[in-house]
Design a protein around this ligand. Structure first.
Ligand code: ARG
Length: 592
């Protein structure tokens, strides 16, 4: 469907033309004085120079031509030359009908579908998920869903960190605790046990312990580094242990991501691309891109326009070890082979921005991608505690994601119980959905690059710009529709567009108007990869709806045609809200 703003623009263009002016002046924007009008056209001011006339004169000429147009409830020229527009109820209904009948509420795809890979989550095996991994998962999942909604073929990859020191640390600590395991016996030739010698709870305790210990004991750290090197060189026992670590961790990660409503299409690992490194590096050398500097192999990445000097990208260290960047480059090689993507999107803490700049530049110089493949880094800010410092547990430790979720669900549960009675099991189930909304919405409603403060009390509030408030609005609509059905009315899931009537008052008009902004908002959210635009929109839509709800008799309305029209409006608002929260990776309960 044509977006409302484009419909208006076309009419204004014809208006300028008919009045004898160039149609390029018929541009329209959302009004910055919503108390006066909904949209405005400032073209007369721009045209004044070309036609050497007072802007108000031009505005008057255009309004004269357009004042009978059915698109407007009113169109008015005001000093010094603005054209104020109020859209007619008929046009608003027409837009709502199109949203109800067209696929994706009338949102049109932006050009050809693109092939996109999104690299998000980025958990490290053997380490429990902590709050630092929350933002990557939550924002990445939403960006993925937005692309998918707009028609792209997008593949989400968890890109597990499974090749670093953390594995060496776990192996070292295991050896200390259970030296008799066959994995450490170099002469062992039999089959290793199928069962892992640890559980996930063991792992969760072992890693932080080993990591802490290594910081105070250098020989222990050296041993862990050696164990990592042995793993990377393919020592059999180390590989077998690593596989156990992977299996145990991945099973647990899947469970945790599942709880967050985050789904990866691929569970690739840093280790998967190690075999691609030698050829890639060889080619960089042959092409004269990579050269030896202080014993290490590096690639220059500076560009003339750089304001700050960028150090060369380290590809191979002097001791022969490859690095984080090397793995990311080899992963680009693999993704190119698998998907020939038009774009690869990465989510990571914004403090990794230099790493990604280096990697992207090397990838382009070494022609690892198609020439026009876009490499995009979405760097997110830190989630802070109320003290403005990175979120920590009470005793200063790293907060586990699971704990954060449990605490949030508990707070929502408490708030629910203050208001009414529930069956225990039902209450817990609802609290889980609403708790997730509190966390995700609290995160996503901020621009990704900004730091934000996790405020449990505010995030779980049922009022204000929060996840629970949005959930509550959806539940309210669902319950109105249920009551309508219980009283004998029928509700068609996608709505009955022919029953919609032109809005009869201010709050109803407001609701139609907010709905009509959906397509425009979606295009922006997509082009800017900005889930917070969806949050802004659903907050506005929820506010519009609640205003409408308080101002109008819905189920009790005696005018049957009006009531039927309200029901259609409710259905559309609910469907749009549910679509939006799905794009945020959320779903609403039926009751709360
Ligand atoms: N595993 C990394 C970390 O925990 C994040 C990975 C981000 N993605 C990437 N392709 N480098 O910091």
């Amino acid at each position: 469907m044509k977006k409302l703003i484009d419909v208006l623009k076309e009419i204004m263009e014809t208006g300028f033309e008919k009045a004898g002016y160039d149609k390029k002046y018929g541009f329209v924007s959302v009004s910055n004085r919503p108390d006066l009008c909904q949209y405005q056209c400032n073209g007369a001011m721009a045209a004044a120079k070309e036609y050497k006339k007072a802007p108000i004169q031009i505005a008057n000429d255009v309004v004269e031509v357009l004042k009978e147009d059915a698109a407007f409830a009113s169109i008015e020229a005001v000093n010094p030359g603005f054209i104020n527009i109020v859209v007619s109820g008929e046009l608003l209904v027409k837009q709502a009908v199109a949203m109800m009948t067209e696929d994706k509420f009338g949102v049109e795809s932006q050009g050809e579908p693109k092939s996109v890979v999104i690299d998000y989550g980025g958990p490290n095996v053997a380490k429990p998920l902590h709050v630092g991994h929350l933002r990557s998962a939550v924002i990445g999942e939403s960006v993925k869903r937005i692309h998918r909604f707009m028609g792209d073929n997008i593949v989400g990859d968890a890109h597990l960190g499974d090749w670093g020191l953390q594995i060496g640390l776990v192996i070292t600590e295991l050896k200390k605790r259970q030296p008799d395991l066959p994995y450490f016996d170099e002469n062992f030739e039999g089959e290793y046990p199928k069962e892992p010698p640890f559980t996930i709870s063991d792992l969760e305790e072992i890693y932080p312990y080993a990591s802490g210990y290594s910081k105070e004991h250098e020989d222990y750290l050296l041993e862990a580094q050696e164990a990592t090197a042995k793993l990377q060189d393919g020592v059999r026992g180390h590989r077998a242990l690593w596989e156990h670590i992977l299996n145990v961790s991945i099973a647990d990660l899947k469970k945790n991501y599942d709880k967050l409503n985050v789904e990866f299409d691929l569970w690739k690992k840093e280790s998967d691309v190690q075999p691609l490194i030698p050829d890639m590096v060889e080619k960089m050398k042959e092409d004269g891109l990579a050269y030896i500097s202080e014993g290490a192999l590096v690639v220059d990445v500076t560009e003339e326009s750089d304001k700050k000097e960028l150090p060369p990208c380290l590809i191979v260290k002097s001791n022969g070890a490859t690095l984080y960047a090397t793995t990311d480059l080899a992963t680009i090689v693999e993704r190119e082979e698998m998907f020939q993507p038009d774009e690869i999107i990465y989510l990571a803490d914004k403090r990794q921005s230099m790493h990604f700049t280096q990697v992207f530049r090397v990838a382009k110089k070494a022609k690892l991608t198609k020439e026009d493949t876009k490499l995009t880094f979405i760097g997110f800010g830190t989630m802070n505690g109320k003290d403005g410092k990175p979120f920590k547990t009470r005793d200063g430790g790293v907060l586990r994601l699971q704990t954060l979720c449990e605490d949030t669900n508990e707070e929502v549960y408490k708030k629910m119980m203050e208001n009414r009675e529930y069956e225990e099991a039902e209450a817990r189930e609802i609290a889980e959905k609403v708790g997730l909304a509190a966390i995700k919405y609290g995160d996503l409603s901020n621009q990704a690059s900004k730091d934000y403060i996790f405020d449990l009390d505010r995030f779980t509030s049922f009022e204000g710009n929060t996840g629970p408030y949005i959930m509550y609005t959806i539940v309210r609509i669902k319950s109105l529709l249920t009551k309508y059905q219980q009283a004998g009315g029928t509700v068609v899931a996608t709505g009955e567009p022919d029953k919609l009537l032109a809005p009869a008052n201010e709050s109803e008009t407001g609701l139609y108007l907010t709905l009509s902004k959906f397509a425009d908002m979606m295009e922006n959210a997509y082009n800017e990869k900005a889930p917070h635009k969806i949050c802004q929109f659903i907050y506005e839509l929820s506010e519009s709806f609640n205003h409408f709800y308080h101002d109008n008799q819905i189920l009790g309305n005696e005018d049957e045609a009006r009531k039927a029209s309200y029901i259609q409006l409710l259905v559309l608002v609910k469907n749009v809200l549910e679509q939006c929260i799905d794009l945020l990776g959320l779903s609403a309960p039926d009751r709360m």
